[in-house]
Design a protein around this ligand. Structure first.
Ligand code: CP
Length: 312
């Protein structure tokens, strides 16, 4: 691949709205008829470089590449690689560029996948960097909204939980603002509100109204899409703060009884205790379907970044 023309996906802004729509539409086609694409990436190799734990992102990427007829290599624990001997991201990625055709990297440090992209001669996908961005979760979320709500635009969206460190929230809220969403409801404890810089961007650059609430029950009747997130233990500096905030929210059937009949409940997962198990069987709880859809939108993304012709 020519280094000048390689595309990476480090944050959703790397793609135009037209490109996001293209990936979502292709993801939908792949979901409806996956067998059509079973040889699309034959001979290609995906590397999964996970410096931080993952279930959905890593396995859905691996499943995506296998369903496209490609192969996978990588690590799920950096300590099993030469990172444990002190190797830098730059050196790791230079070598991985010789072994794989495309790579997805998750890292606890914000900006690590971007740094990798500067040294790579293959497309790099950010699989989540610290509390910063998670662009492929956003693609998954967009496909889920499209499937359940028909359009990505025009819904009353609420985010609940850890809005301070939640990279899935940071990526999705900016993207929905780019889709012309004009109001968001933000439900969080005071200590975990959306970062001020992001709030400023939403208000000043996108002219978005932000309604802040402390409790789900105060706003649930207004919501079309409720995006739940967990309080993330790994982002806290001390255990006492986590212990104080970890049980801030619990969505259950009793609260859902006040919600619109066609509201959907999304969650990037993993769930800890913020959604009761009695919500799982409610048709409004779409979070497991959302995790499933992640495979197909990642199939679409891989073919786009590899420049594979999928016009079948
Ligand atoms: N949604 C998400 O990123 O899940 P994992 O941490 O399991 O990859």
């Amino acid at each position: 691949m020519n280094k000048q023309t390689i595309r990476h996906l480090i944050e959703p802004e790397d793609f135009t709205i037209e490109e996001l729509n293209e990936v979502v539409a292709l993801g939908k086609k792949m979901y409806e008829a996956p067998e059509k694409y079973k040889e699309a990436c034959k001979g290609k190799i995906l590397a999964t470089l996970f410096y931080e734990p993952s279930t959905r992102t890593r396995f859905s990427f691996e499943t995506a590449m296998l369903r496209l007829g490609g192969s996978i290599i990588g690590f799920s624990d950096a300590n099993t690689s030469s990172v444990s001997k002190g190797e830098s991201i730059a050196d790791t990625i230079r070598c991985m560029s010789a072994y794989a055709d495309i790579a997805v990297m998750r890292h606890p440090k914000e900006g690590a996948p971007k740094l990798a992209s500067h040294y790579a001669s293959i497309p790099i996908i950010n699989g989540g960097d610290g509390g910063h961005q998670h662009p492929t979760q956003t693609l998954t979320d967009l496909l889920t909204i499209k499937m359940y709500k028909d359009t990505i635009e025009g819904h009353n969206v609420a985010f609940c939980g850890d809005l301070k460190f939640g990279r899935t929230v940071h990526s999705l809220i900016r993207t929905l603002a780019r889709y012309n969403t004009k109001k968001f409801i933000l439900i969080s404890p005071e200590e975990l509100t959306l970062p001020d810089t992001l709030k400023r961007t939403l208000k000043e650059d996108f002219h978005v109204e932000l309604q802040e609430a402390r409790y789900i029950e105060d706003v649930i009747s207004q919501i079309d899409i409720l995006y739940m997130t967990r309080i993330q233990r790994e982002r806290f500096f001390n255990e006492a703060d986590y212990a104080r905030l970890k049980d801030s929210y619990l969505l259950n059937q009793s609260k859902l009884s006040h919600a619109k009949k066609d509201m959907i409940v999304m969650h990037p997962l993993p769930r800890v205790n913020e959604i009761a198990y009695d919500v799982d069987d409610d048709p409004r709880g779409v979070y497991f379907k959302q995790a499933e859809l992640g495979v197909y939108v990642r199939m679409a993304l891989i073919t786009k970044l590899l420049g594979v012709d999928v016009s079948c």
